[in-house]
Write a protein that binds this ligand. Structure first.
Ligand code: BGC
Length: 390
């Protein structure tokens, strides 16, 4: 029988590559009631988080699992409303909590990647207009600088914010997330203020901890066109606007780029691709494209999120492997990719979808809080262990 050469090929990742998984505070911690999302849940506009995965209390056990899966990095977020429950009043007990979180990671050999704002706003900040308020950059910058002043010597990698374009789109155009608006003018205003907020925070954080690496987690999509001028226009506009507007706006203020990849959008093409439980098409090649497009920034790239909602766990293993093949290909073509974080370590609160979508390498039973490692997590473990995909 003829040997299938490509099937047997081993692909080795660069030495020191970071292999991890990611979470975000509001989605896993539980017990957060002073954010815009918690308030919206009380008004029955979005699902309730409640105890979530109780990760606030069980982070050590959860990191034991990440360690047992031979991961060497972990991305998590700090809840702004815990640290600054009232404007200018900082809660050092919560700072100490997150210090324990970071130390628990390092004690297990997991490199911490810390996000300072992952979608949820303290209620007081929301009430003053959130990122529509011209003072937002200063307020946000102070919060970021405060955390870094206290914890900057504990971790090397920091992200000021997660997916600003997704947050803006859902909150200001589609009206499905807080602040539930559909107002283009306010969208633009908040977009500009968000870019300024990052730049301001970057400068303030560097003053407190000059050696830390700072970026954002940016969700980029792969856009393609089936041909014809209108489809080409749409593809080019989306690529330019969705993928690059924000990154260009903060160009001088980023030491690395965190890339979140989930979606591929094809204009004017009928594609027969498999779907995730979110109804999103699965298109690994899009990740290669997205990474190669980012080469022009000449910054280290970390895939800070990539994952699949797949309750049955039938697609997840192949999904991970295929996306890592795509990462490997981008590296071969010169993309400086240094790490990969699967979204998510645990099943969690999927925003407007509540707990119905399951992204976890680890299944969570929300009644008992029991964790069960899914088979796909073991496949990923093997890759983390060997630094190779076969
Ligand atoms: C977000 C996560 C979210 C995931 C899956 C990203 O947009 O950063 O919070 O759970 O995608 O939708």
């Amino acid at each position: 029988m003829k040997k299938n050469v490509s099937a047997g090929k081993t692909r080795e990742f660069p030495k020191g590559f970071l292999w991890g998984s990611a979470t975000a505070s509001y989605q896993v911690e539980g017990g957060i009631d002073n954010t815009d999302w918690a308030d919206a849940a009380r008004k029955k506009k979005v699902p309730v988080t409640g105890r979530a995965c109780d990760h606030y209390n069980s982070f050590e056990k959860d990191f034991d699992i990440a360690k047992s899966l031979l991961q060497n990095a972990h991305r998590f977020s700090i809840e702004w409303a815990r640290i600054e429950p009232e404007e200018g009043k900082f809660n050092d007990t919560e700072i100490e909590h997150y210090r324990k979180v970071i130390r628990a990671l390092k004690a297990r050999g997991l490199e911490p990647f810390v996000t300072l704002w992952h979608f949820t706003l303290p209620i007081w900040f929301r009430d003053m207009g959130g990122f529509e308020n011209k003072k937002a950059p200063e307020i946000f910058g102070k919060y970021c600088a405060y955390v870094v002043e206290k914890l900057g010597n504990e971790a090397n990698f920091w992200m000021t914010m997660n997916e600003p374009m997704v947050w803006l789109g859902n909150g200001y155009l589609r009206g499905g997330w807080p602040p539930f608006k559909r107002e283009v003018v306010k969208y633009w205003k908040a977009l500009k203020i968000l870019m300024k907020s990052h730049r301001f925070a970057y400068i303030e954080m560097k003053k407190k901890a000059p050696t830390i690496q700072i970026g954002i987690a940016k969700q980029n999509m792969d856009f393609s066109s089936g041909g014809g001028w209108w489809n080409d226009v749409r593809m080019n506009f989306c690529r330019k606007f969705w993928n690059y507007k924000f990154l260009k706006g903060i160009k001088e203020c980023q030491d690395f780029i965190g890339v979140n990849y989930y979606r591929h959008i094809a204009f004017g093409m009928l594609e027969n691709l498999p779907l995730t439980d979110m109804g999103w098409t699965i298109y690994p090649k899009g990740l290669t494209n997205v990474l190669l497009e980012l080469k022009e920034y000449k910054k280290p790239l970390y895939i800070t999120e990539n994952g699949i909602a797949d309750e049955s766990d039938k697609q997840r293993g192949k999904f991970i492997k295929d996306h890592l093949m795509a990462v490997y290909e981008a590296i071969q073509k010169g993309a400086d990719v240094r790490g990969f974080f699967y979204w998510s370590l645990l099943d969690n609160y999927e925003w407007a979808e509540g707990f119905t979508k399951r992204f976890g390498l680890v299944q969570v039973n929300y009644d008992t809080m029991e964790r069960i490692v899914r088979p796909s997590a073991l496949l990923y473990k093997k890759i983390c262990e060997t630094n190779i995909i076969e």
